[in-house]
Design a protein around this ligand. Structure first.
Ligand code: ATP
Ligand code: MG
Length: 211
């Protein structure tokens, strides 16, 4: 499959403060690609730069083989690329999640889980309808089951990439860079993506999952 969106060697600064440093990633057409990372890793900066809200000091953003680097946001949207921002109820899984996680202490986990399911079910349906999705999330155990490909961002650069199965081979890395305790996060991650014991005598390099 061909890349619909390619980000190459992107540097973005807020004044003198570097937020992205040489970040590269690509999103295959038709895929659901997850961008995972902790607070302040550079996820929103990446999306805002792609959407034309921030201008990089270096690097290139290509959408459908067209260079859209630094293009005004309304022109990016017209080209067919839509940013679904945090902070809007209908389209804000992160903010909804964060709010729900907070209220989970007060209200019990069942209800929270049900509402989280609604949000992610909507994302699944949008993707199933043929829309390519770049999903930004902090919670790997929620995002990875949906993803064809995932990138792990840390301090403005990609430090790991692959299918969920490939990332699953190094769950400590994922857990560490999402600021989670591996003792808690790893079993959760494995459960979420359906961890398989390697088959006896089987090829250790499992084939990449296809959408
Ligand atoms: N408006 C701003 N001015 C200065 N620095 C900023 C600004 N916005 C973000 N930053 C810094 O840029 C870096 C990347 O931030 P960004 O918001 O992209 O991270 P994020 O991965 O979206 O984090 P979160 O999970 O908290 O939303 C951080 O160091 C952050 O402090
Ligand atoms: Mg953010």
């Amino acid at each position: 499959m061909a890349a619909i969106l390619t980000i190459s060697d992107l540097d973005v600064r807020y004044g003198t403060i570097p937020a992205l440093s040489g970040l590269s990633l690509s999103v295959e057409e038709g895929s659901l690609t997850a961008l995972l990372g902790a607070n302040g890793a550079g996820k929103s900066t990446t999306l805002n730069t792609v959407a034309g809200l921030l201008r990089p000091t270096r690097g290139r953003v290509t959408f459908q083989d067209r260079d859209i680097t630094g293009r005004a946001a309304h022109r990016v949207t017209r080209a067919g690329l839509a940013l679904v921002p945090e902070g809007r109820l209908v389209v804000a899984p992160l903010t909804v999640l964060e709010n729900l996680e907070l209220s989970a202490f007060a209200r019990g986990r069942k209800r929270t889980a049900a509402l989280v399911d609604v949000v992610f079910e909507a994302i699944k349906q949008i993707h199933a309808a043929g829309v390519t999705v770049l999903l930004v999330e902090q919670n790997a155990s929620i995002a990875l089951p949906l993803a064809d490909q995932a990138y792990l961002i840390h301090r403005g650069d990609i430090i790991a990439a692959g299918t969920p199965e490939e990332l699953d081979r190094n769950p400590d890395l994922v857990a560490r860079h999402l600021g989670l305790d591996p003792a808690i996060a790893v079993p959760e991650l494995e459960r979420a993506i359906g961890h398989h014991e390697p088959e006896p005598g089987g090829d250790p390099a499992r084939p990449a999952r296809t959408a």
